[in-house]
Write a protein of this length. Structure first.
Length: 137
């Protein structure tokens, strides 16, 4: 990759929550929706019915009361926030450690969630740094 002039960032093995802004959580919710709807349909699906089911599983949008769209805005924002906390936990725990246990990661995420607050633009990472909740050193 270096020969091509491309920089690659590797995420830790077995931790898909770090792959983007909650994309793995959205994908999981879509798959759950797909399996639920597919199990309600007896027999095999035509190609068109399968494509329609896949499209429905990936459907999102604004929060609409009574809508069964699997990826409504509130859910996507919650997934993004959850992924952000995991990234902060890894950053906090990575200070020279070669291995980090799952228990340490989850405990750090819970601590970060308790020590932060929401504002209209999201998590105040700057305040978390200044208050000592996390350290980038």
């Amino acid at each position: 990759m270096r020969g091509l002039g491309v920089e690659v960032e590797m995420s830790p093995i077995c931790h898909p929550e770090l792959a983007g802004a909650g994309v793995e959580y959205c994908w999981g919710k879509s798959k759950k929706y797909f399996r639920k709807k597919r199990s309600a349909i007896p027999g095999s699906l035509t190609e068109e019915a399968f494509e329609r089911l896949v499209d429905d599983s990936l459907r999102g949008g604004a929060d609409v009361p009574g809508s069964d769209a699997p990826l409504q805005l509130t859910s996507v924002l919650q997934f993004t926030r959850k992924a952000h906390f995991f990234k902060l936990a890894y950053l906090h725990l990575s200070g020279g450690a070669t291995t980090i246990s799952l228990a340490d990661i989850e405990a750090t995420v819970k601590t970060l969630q308790k020590s932060t607050y929401k504002e209209h633009r999201g998590v105040k990472t700057k305040n978390m740094l200044s208050e000592g909740a996390i350290s980038l050193a």
